[in-house]
Design a protein around this ligand. Sequence first.
Ligand SMILES: *Cc1c(COP(=O)(O)O)cnc(C)c1O
Length: 364
Amino acid sequence: MFKAFQSKDGRRDSVNFLPGPVKLRREVQEALGRPPRSHRSEEFLAVMARIKEQLAQWLKVHYVQILLGSGTLANDVVGAYLRTALGQKKGLVLSNGEFGNRLLDQARRAGLNFEDYSIPWGKGFDYEDIEKHLSKGEGSIQWLWAVHLETSTGVLNDLPRLKALCHRQRIPLAVDCVSSIGAVPVDLSGVYLATGVSGKALCSYPGLSFVFYNQALEGGRLPRYMDLGLYQQSEGVPFTQSSNLIYALEQALHYAAERELCINQRQGEWLRAKLQELGFQVLALPEDAAPNILTLVLPREVPSLECGELLEEEGYVLSYRSAYLFQRNWVQICLMGEYEPEQIYAFPEMLAECMKKCGLRKGK
Ligand SMILES: *Cc1c(COP(=O)(O)O)cnc(C)c1O
């Protein structure tokens, strides 16, 4: 039988189905291990400029700044910009999962004036209803903030439709693309503000986040660390940046653009079909779902924590420890990196076996 653990050199090497940190290529690890470079050196600034250019071209956006911090920082920067640029104009924040809920919380903390448009987790939005909401009452809603790929449920919200309806209503759109960049095609043309990170589907280390935007933003009013205007005046490096993380990202980007288009999508589709055939309940409907994230709703008699731990012993690391997952008895398979086909093909049987074991233990 296939053993997920045994890699060619005999080391124990688990299959990583986490949304991050993800499996890293050797080249990425080596780049991180090089001695740090001054963030003022010409060499470093050239790499920085190249990465920014590459990201901007790939995602069809005019500007990007790279922050030292995780995705939450980038989303806080978006909240702060919505507040300074749009003042007390009222907006709409969409939520259909954990990360939508975090945007609601970040909007509150940023002091934004907004309405909460929440629907049940795992469902896709009714975009006609959203548009009705936007157009009802003379321009009462002046901006929109949403998550692209709702990582907690695997629902891929429809960015092209959100862009189109915001364009029709002439209101700015802010979007959290933290887990979608590198996983699915992302086109940020026309978007007001968007965010991403290094450590998810781009397959580098966690620690860098991105804010993308299409028109120059004013500086001077926000805390220095959040001031995109300050980044823009300083070739993107207003203060210490980690050359190690930047060089690792540079390596990871060589592979990310190719990977986006096919591998994980086919593997994800195969896994969904196979798991459903074996009787598993996948949370999101295929028409609402991202191709690379499957959230499984386990039957009550199978505790997700126990099932996840058993799978880990067998060499498969799933996502199940986050509070929002284990409270609902959900486990998650996130295809964020590169996998050997056998690792994917062997998984459904392994999961079925672990579930049986957990169910039996519980029944005793
Ligand atoms: C992971 C994630 C975040 C939070 O990012 P951190 O890097 O953990 O701060 C925000 N939004 C989405 C959609 C995510 O998947």
